[in-house]
Design a protein around this ligand. Structure first.
Ligand SMILES: NC(=O)c1ccc[n+]([C@@H]2O[C@H](COP(=O)([O-])OP(=O)(O)OC[C@H]3O[C@@H](n4cnc5c(N)ncnc54)[C@H](O)[C@@H]3O)[C@@H](O)[C@H]2O)c1
Length: 261
């Protein structure tokens, strides 16, 4: 097991980023945080406030890192499916392209040119949403993408990007199809009303332990897609067996643990 590493966490001030930072610090790793807003719980000298498209800032943050956990992104669509005017404008060009397409490219380029060997990429269950709607469950790591909306399309690109950098540049890359860790009270209420959403819920604690395991595991294949959720309440929707096999990680919590934390 790899201990006491230097880990760059992008999106470190966000819902999942904060959970990852807590788990990594608890386990003795040195976290370099990177976000457009300050990250709680990280010493000022290890905390970088910057944007993914500022290549110099990103390279400074990644220099000397053993691994990168890349979470920074615009985490959903806006106005999709399209509403009626004026609520018919999506956020593809304004947010998704710079943050979810150009940003990951810059992260992979920083890893390649600085010799960071392992990158963990935050994908989403929204890339296989079509299978969930069709009842083709549990989805597995072999399930081909059936993306929900435009945000999910950017995560299909993210997974493909990781696969290319693993194959062409020898990096170890994991693309993690994360379940649902609610960011606000409205999302908590949505999950409360749906068996499916409760089954794909991931608690901050399980998410933090997942990301710690992803950087601590000694050896990984060049590229893998994995799922991350807490334990299901009603039915198994995402097959977690590869996550257990590769990382030795198993969720220990169920909905609604930590949902409102
Ligand atoms: N929360 C979930 O349920 C969920 C589910 C599946 C996938 N994901 C993915 O996990 C990751 C984290 O999601 P989250 O829920 O914590 O979202 P969040 O919005 O709480 O956190 C994202 C963080 O990224 C930062 N960020 C955004 N663009 C940036 C940029 N260009 N440069 C630097 N920082 C930037 C934001 O300031 C924010 O702190 C995202 O990639 C998201 O797509 C989240």
């Amino acid at each position: 097991m790899k201990t006491a590493q230097r880990i760059l966490v992008t999106g470190s001030a966000g819902r999942i980023g904060r959970a990852a930072v807590v788990a990594l610090v608890d386990r003795g790793h040195t976290v370099i945080s990177f976000d457009v807003r300050p990250t709680p719980g990280v010493p000022a000298e290890q905390s970088i406030v910057g944007t993914l498209t500022d290549v110099a800032a990103l390279r400074a943050a990644a220099t000397g890192a053993d691994a990168i956990i890349h979470l920074a992104a615009t985490p959903d669509d806006t106005n999709y499916p399209r509403g009626t005017p004026p609520n018919d404008g999506d956020n593809f060009v304004s947010e998704l392209v710079p943050n979810n397409i150009v940003g990951p490219y810059q992260v992979m380029e920083a890893a390649r040119t600085l010799g960071v060997r392992r990158v963990i990429l935050a994908s989403t269950g929204q890339v296989i949403a079509g299978h969930l709607l069709a009842g083709n469950t549990p989805v597995t790591v072999e399930s081909p993408p059936r993306p929900r909306y435009l945000y999910a399309c950017t995560k299909v690109f993210l997974e493909a990007l990781g696969q290319v950098y693993a194959k062409e540049h020898g990096l170890e890359v994991l693309a993690v199809r994360i379940g649902w860790c609610p960011r606000d009270a409205g999302q908590v209420a949505e999950i409360r009303g749906s068996d499916l959403f409760q089954d794909v819920f991931i608690s901050p604690g399980d998410a933090g332990r997942f990301f710690a395991a992803s950087v601590e595991t000694d050896s990984l294949p060049p590229f893998a897609v994995l799922y991350a959720t807490s334990r299901h309440t009603h039915a198994l929707r995402y097959d977690l067996s590869e996550s257990k096999r590769l990382l030795g990680w198993e969720p220990t919590e169920t909905w609604p643990t930590g949902a409102e934390a």
